[in-house]
Each structure stands twice: as structure tokens, then as C-alpha cells.
Design a protein around this ligand. Structure first.
Ligand code: ZN
Length: 291
């Protein structure tokens, strides 16, 4: 991918170096603990924790981070992809009468606390609707680049865009309708809905790629095919590592690799929300699963 020239997002929260040791690591973490309390009380923790950029380069703003140059590069890369999603979604959602709220993106290793619970290592990436944050386990990203090399960077971008896709579903009310519908359905039917939800997030990731490509020609030949295969392969490994159920969408089946590529491509070709109606293809509860 050609990503170097892109804008950086200011919505990255760096919590590397904190997870495995819990939150009781000394040094400037008071504001973070306070932020968690604010978050648990339903407030906006970003009002307590300054964005990492405000704390100067290298500090990450919220923890003792000793990052390698490679990891700093990765952080830059994720920040550019997130910025691309911020540039993509507002106008598309405005057409639906929805105002886009930028999600925060939390980088972590080993473990992290979210409004969706405390997640231990090997959790993989996830989106937590109650706190509107995307959580990225950098160990998962290491695995992508180690195993897959160059196509790995598109795979990483795709993972970010897919999780932001869940955020868009949250803003559009899709997630809430699916949750409501699931409560009335059998487990098998519920899983079907979950697959459609996941495929829609893949299609939304395609919309991100469409716009990033149009703006800055970010993709190189082979990126999409190889990257999606890589992400799917790692995704399966990671799912198998998970010992217990989680309340976040990634705990459900994602659909076959072929389906995922197909829906990503639909979003990528069209670049519009209309292309991503995964709920009304075939026998299904329709576009509004909650009716
Ligand atoms: Zn997902």
C-alpha cells in the first residue's frame, strides 16, 4: 500500500505497555484511571485524557511506551487509515440523515479494559459499541506482517476499516436492530444475521478502500486479494484461540473467505451504502431486521 502521504488521525489512544500489568503501573496514569471511572459512569473519557498528540511524540500520552521504530511506523500507518475513514464516512452518512461521530481507536498489547469488559491477550481486534471505540491488539498485527509480509499491510488496513464499519453500523442503528432481532430468533437464524452483519462490515471496509483509492491511489496490484486472504486466515486462528464467549461482534461467524472478498469488492467498486445491503439478499429478515 502507498500510505505515507496521508493525514494522521488525532483519535488514537495508546495503551501499549499497560495491559499485561494491569492499570496499577505508576507514572502519570491517574488521568487514565479517572477516565475509566468517567467512562464507567457513562461520561466521555476523552474529556479527561488528552489526545496522545497533545502529550508530545514518543510518550503516547497514556503510558510508558517503549516502542520500536517498526511499531511507531505501524502506529503511523493505523493513524493514516483511521484518518481515511474519518474523511470517508461523514458525507455518506449525512445522506442518511446521520451525523458521523469519529470513533476513538485504542492500541494495546496483552490485555485491555473496555466498556465491553476486560479482554485478555490474543483477543484480536474488536469494536465496543457502548464506548464507541475500536480496540486493536498489536500482537495480532505483528502476526499479520510476520506471516504475510507485504500483503499484510493491506490486511491491517482492512482490519481497521472493518472495525470502523461496525462503528458505522452502530451509528446507523443496524447493530441495535440485529441485537433485537437475535433475541427473537433461533440460534441458527441468529448466527445467519451475525454473518450478514459481518459481511456488511466487510462491504463498509470496501467503501473505505474505494474512497482512499480515489483520493490518493493507496492500493497496489494484488493488495485486495492477498490482503483479504491474509486477514481471513489470521482471523480464523485468532477465533480458535479465544477461550470464552465475548459480547463483541467478532465472536460470531464471519462468513466464508469467498463471501468476505465478494462483499468487500461490492463496497470497493460502488463506494456507496446502497451496495452494502447484505440483509436483503436471499431469504432474510430484510433491510430492517428489527422490523
Ligand atoms: Zn467484525
Amino acid at each position: 500500500m502507498q500510505w505515507q502521504g496521508g493525514r494522521r488521525s488525532s483519535n488514537i489512544e495508546d495503551r501499549r505497555g499497560m495491559g499485561g500489568r494491569g492499570l496499577a503501573v505508576g507514572g502519570g496514569l491517574g488521568s487514565l484511571v479517572l477516565a475509566l471511572v468517567v467512562m464507567l459512569l457513562g461520561g466521555d473519557p476523552s474529556s479527561v485524557v488528552p489526545p496522545p498528540e497533545a502529550a508530545g511524540p514518543g510518550t503516547g500520552g497514556s503510558g510508558p511506551v517503549q516502542a520500536s521504530a517498526e511499531e511507531e511506523q505501524l502506529r503511523e500507518f493505523i493513524s493514516v487509515v483511521l484518518a481515511d475513514t474519518e474523511d470517508t464516512w461523514p458525507s455518506l452518512l449525512a445522506r442518511e440523515g446521520v451525523q458521523y461521530q469519529e470513533p476513538r481507536l485504542v492500541l494495546f498489547r496483552d490485555g485491555v479494559r473496555s466498556a465491553c469488559g476486560t479482554q485478555s491477550s490474543a483477543v484480536g481486534p474488536f469494536y465496543c459499541p457502548p464506548d464507541q471505540r475500536v480496540y486493536l491488539d498489536l500482537g495480532f498485527f505483528d502476526e499479520l506482517s510476520r506471516k504475510f509480509g507485504a500483503p499484510g499491510d493491506f490486511a491491517q488496513a482492512y482490519v481497521v476499516a472493518h472495525e470502523v464499519g461496525h462503528h458505522v453500523q452502530n451509528l446507523l442503528g443496524v447493530s441495535q436492530q440485529v441485537d433485537a432481532a437475535r433475541r427473537r430468533l433461533s440460534e441458527a437464524q441468529g448466527n445467519q444475521l451475525s454473518v450478514r452483519t459481518e459481511l456488511q462490515a466487510d462491504c463498509f471496509a470496501g467503501i473505505w478502500a474505494h474512497h482512499a483509492q480515489k483520493q490518493r491511489k493507496v492500493l497496489e496490484p494484488g493488495d485486495v486479494e492477498e490482503g483479504l486472504q491474509a486477514a481471513a486466515a489470521i482471523g480464523d486462528d485468532t477465533l480458535q484461540k479465544r477461550a470464552q464467549g465475548r459480547v463483541v461482534p467478532e465472536s460470531f461467524t464471519h462468513g466464508s473467505s469467498a463471501q468476505r472478498v465478494e462483499w468487500f469488492q461490492r463496497g470497493f467498486q460502488a463506494g456507496t451504502l446502497e451496495a452494502c445491503d447484505t440483509f436483503s439478499t436471499g431469504r432474510s429478515p430484510g433491510r430492517n431486521p428489527g422490523r
